[in-house]
Design a protein around this ligand. Structure first.
Ligand code: GLN
Length: 551
């Protein structure tokens, strides 16, 4: 007999950007804490086959999974909250599902039938939900339908889950906004009512409502929403704004959300344990000190472009008990001859240069790396950040004044960063970078190895360029340590400088693998070095004070 799988479908109403992804992530975490094996799926209505070709300014960070798929940033939250390692099966887009059905049609799989949105697209979607349930052996599949109910573009997805519910146990949760109007500050229920009405038009009656609002829902409002939307009052869950996203599971837990969802699916909690999570959130909310980290980026107007980096620092906060203040520095501004580095980096305890593409702001980033190296400020470079650290070192330590990356200067006299061999003939931009999980072997005695406590590590990648091996000898002879390489020794994956407090960079994206309860060792190492830097600065200030007093 086939195992009975439950499905939880989360839809959104009224406006986009309500935090459905965080809701699912938190609910998933709670269901796990009650002893259930869960797996999430995100459905995005756009036609891009995956998120890899989308501009991070418009759509936030492109998240990369172990298997190399480039997916929506919500999958980052899923992995972090539920501590799961997902595959591309957890990500569906309109482009992807149509591509699958069209490929089948071209192969002749439909045997002469007219291929139609219903039942073929909706059927293929259900096939994917069930396949993921089977392969992941999950007991509960969480399906997030992107977009807002009423949009033309997500109708087929809604129809697919309506059909799914005809033969399977499906629990529907609708997330909607409860705005506050005017000076009276009354919470308004009409938008929720309207969006539930739209959902019902699609043949779906929600079992639970997650109502986003600035403040917790008033009791009479809860009752009113319940009455008008046909949901039990205790199944109207309040989702007030929060400062710390990791508080959301605890807010839901206080409203017994997971217990109610389970009961709604005729299941019961098998266990209860949120102790570690509570401790983590407590550490975040009651820091014993603070550090200041500068991030030198080019998408700093949209922090979502760097979501996983921000989360990785949150994980440092929850584990080290220090608040990490992030200072965003637009790299192109550091290129001006008037840029005052001492002023910008005053009180900064660590400098991070993240990944990126294209030429804007490159020289500014290189200058910041130079400042970090010369002033012994802890430095962490990620992907492009490592490439630029190599360029900085080549120019200013090895005397290769024209060192560059061929991504930006194809005719560079000293191309210390060059395109990877296997990338040379690539024409299509979508899904063709070096993507996903690759191993690296760490050097004995290196800081990287000490931090990871392991000599072989797996990190996720997304790049086309790498260190040019013709320059390794000269770089090494001047003290740059290649502390991690691909197992065949050909790709340089980690660099460090051993005479600095912390100067480490990697070709990978470690930020994609940090989790709240297992924070990333490179970020922890970097944050600890920043704490040490801040202690040293305070000592220096004190001794200056002493000298002043003595004088
Ligand atoms: N643009 C660089 C490359 O393709 C770095 C990419 C990145 O930082 N993700 O190699």
């Amino acid at each position: 007999m086939e195992r009975e799988v439950r499905y939880i479908v989360v839809t959104g109403g009224v406006i986009s950007g309500l935090g459905k992804g965080l809701f699912i992530s938190s609910l998933g975490k709670l269901l796990q804490s009650k002893g259930y094996k869960v797996v999430p799926i995100k459905i995005d209505p756009y036609i891009n086959v995956d998120a890899g070709t989308m501009n991070p300014i418009e759509h936030g960070e492109v998240f990369v999974l172990d298997d190399g798929s480039e997916v929506d940033m919500d999958l980052g939250n899923y992995e972090r909250f539920m501590n799961l390692t997902l595959t591309n099966k957890s990500s569906i887009t309109t482009g992807k599902i149509f591509q699958r059905v069209i490929e089948k049609e071209r192969r002749g799989d439909y045997l002469g039938k007219t291929v139609q949105p219903i039942p073929h697209i909706t059927g293929e979607l259900q096939h994917l939900y069930k396949e993921l349930a089977r392969e992941s052996e999950a007991e509960i599949v969480l399906i997030e339908i992107g977009g807002t109910v009423g949009d033309i573009e997500n109708q087929l997805f809604l129809e697919s889950v309506r059909e799914l519910a005809l033969e399977n146990e499906v629990f529907f949760i609708h997330c909607a906004l409860v705005p506050v109007m005017g000076s009276v500050g009354e919470q308004k229920t009409k938008p929720v009512q309207q969006s539930v009405r739209l959902l019902r038009e699609m043949g779906i009656q929600p079992n639970m409502l997650f109502c986003r609002s600035e403040k917790p829902l008033e009791e009479y409002i809860t009752k009113k929403i319940a009455a008008f939307c046909g949901v039990k009052p205790d199944y109207v869950i309040s989702g007030p704004d929060v400062k710390n996203i990791y508080d959301i599971p605890l807010i839901l837990d206080r409203q017994m959300t997971a217990e109610k969802v389970l009961a709604g699916m005729k299941l019961f909690p098998k266990q209860k344990d949120l102790r570690d999570w509570k401790k983590f959130v407590e550490n975040m909310n009651n820091p014993k000190g603070e550090i200041n980290i500068a991030i030198i980026g080019k998408y700093t107007q949209l922090k979502d472009s760097y979501a996983s980096i921000i989360e990785s620092f949150d994980h440092c906060e929850g584990n080290l008990g220090y608040k990490v203040n992030l200072k965003w520095i637009e790299s192109s501004e550091m290129e001006s001859p008037n840029a005052d580095f001492n002023q910008v980096f005053k009180n900064i305890n660590g400098i991070l240069v993240p990944g990126g593409f294209g030429s804007r702001g490159i020289e500014g980033k290189i200058k910041c790396i130079n400042y970090a190296r010369e002033n012994n400020i802890p430095f962490l470079g990620l992907c492009l950040g490592m490439q630029l650290a190599v360029i900085e070192f080549a120019r200013n330590v090895c005397g290769l004044t024209y060192a560059h990356t061929t991504e930006i200067k194809p005719e560079s006299a000293d191309p210390v960063i060059d395109i990877m061999n296997e990338q040379k003939d690539v024409k299509n931009l979508g899904g063709t970078m070096r993507l996903g999980k690759y191993p690296a072997v760490l050097k004995e005695g290196s800081l990287a190895k000490n931090l990871y406590h392991s000599s072989e590590v797996y990190e996720r990648h997304r790049h086309r360029y790498e260190v040019n091996n013709n320059y390794i000898e000269i770089l090494e002879s001047k003290g740059l340590v290649f502390s991690g390489k691909s197992p065949n020794g050909k790709l340089m994956e980690f660099i460090e400088l051993s005479d600095k407090l912390f100067f480490v960079a990697t070709q990978a994206h470690p930020e994609l693998k940090s989790r709240p309860l297992s924070p990333h060792p490179l970020f922890i190492g970097f944050a600890k070095a920043a704490i040490e830097n801040s202690r040293l600065l305070a000592e220096k200030d004190k001794s200056v004070e002493k000298v002043l007093i003595l004088n």
